[in-house]
Design a protein around this ligand. Sequence first.
Ligand SMILES: NC(=O)c1ccc[n+]([C@@H]2O[C@H](COP(=O)([O-])OP(=O)(O)OC[C@H]3O[C@@H](n4cnc5c(N)ncnc54)[C@H](O)[C@@H]3O)[C@@H](O)[C@H]2O)c1
Length: 342
Amino acid sequence: MQERSAGTAATSDRHRDPQLDEHVRADLPTTLRPTGDNNVIDFDNRVAIVTGAGGGLGRSHALLLASRGAKVVVNDLGGSRDGSGGGSDMADAVVNEIVEAGGEAVANYDGVHTWEGGEAIVQSALDAFGRVDIVVNNAGILRDTSFAKLQEDQLDLVLKVHLYGAFHVAHAAWGHLKDQGYGRIINTTSGSGLYGNFGQSNYSAGKMGQVGLTRTLAIEGAKYGITANVIAPVAASRMTEDIMPPQLLERLEPENVSPLVAYLASETCTDTGKIYSVGGGYMARVAILEGEGATFDGVPSPDDVAEKWAAINELGSDPAEFTHGVMEQTTKIGQALGIEVT
Ligand SMILES: NC(=O)c1ccc[n+]([C@@H]2O[C@H](COP(=O)([O-])OP(=O)(O)OC[C@H]3O[C@@H](n4cnc5c(N)ncnc54)[C@H](O)[C@@H]3O)[C@@H](O)[C@H]2O)c1
């Protein structure tokens, strides 16, 4: 479900968690918001890890962070779109781009899908630069199939890369972020996770798992100066090159997504626990809503549930738009760009 108004979900008092309240109080609006290329956002003395940064979105994130002064660990396993194979060329190429442009970066070729891989990626940051401040969990693969035809290896590796991978790298970095009282974690979900998509049950579940992880890291990180947010990007990359119309792909450069990542990774941004839809110059907050609900005197019978079914389903009258499926998310971006998506 997607909320495009500035309103927030109504939460009744009995659902309130004191720790969450503390976290919400800490989440005051930022006073400094960059407009245009005024270079308010910089990363001097900050060290960023970007996973899956050998191409597509990750490469773009790494280049932008490095251009604003971050020292970057460019992680990439260097495999194919389905996660098979591997190599050092992809990460090396991006490191060379950064260094040639005058920035600082090191390559790391470990897979995020193992616990040891996550530790080795963070160790690369510590070895090269002595610290870690920013983790951008971006690595990803696809093993699409209808749910009926899903095989164990298609479930296993997709969850290991997307869901476990975000855990592995964030967890390996967490102690360092906590000890220094500062950290920025940006995870990468997908409209497929938020809204569903045919043939992507494995990917959708892994991606929505990152939303749950993000929400809890935001709560647990609040008192240590660690924020965690999650983006649902839409961009032209090897992942999408054969599934979107060419005229839309032309407008969906990964470079349109990275400014949001950089902003979320900055000291300026103290928002945390939030979800953003982003692509082609469009950015919108996404929210999980809970309605006013219905109450029962005592334990309800199934018939009581049936009787109050409409009230249980009611989400309230606040102006909110709901997105049904990842293709509708893409269509909204197309509409924002004036491109008809069929
Ligand atoms: N492009 C889109 O429209 C879109 C939409 C929603 C979500 N996403 C997500 O954005 C992220 C980036 O995707 P992209 O479109 O740039 O695709 P991409 O294939 O270009 O990038 C993914 C990168 O991750 C690397 N990778 C794969 N497995 C790895 C592992 N185990 N360890 C380390 N690196 C690994 C790949 O080698 C690749 O370079 C992914 O998480 C993807 O699911 C993309």
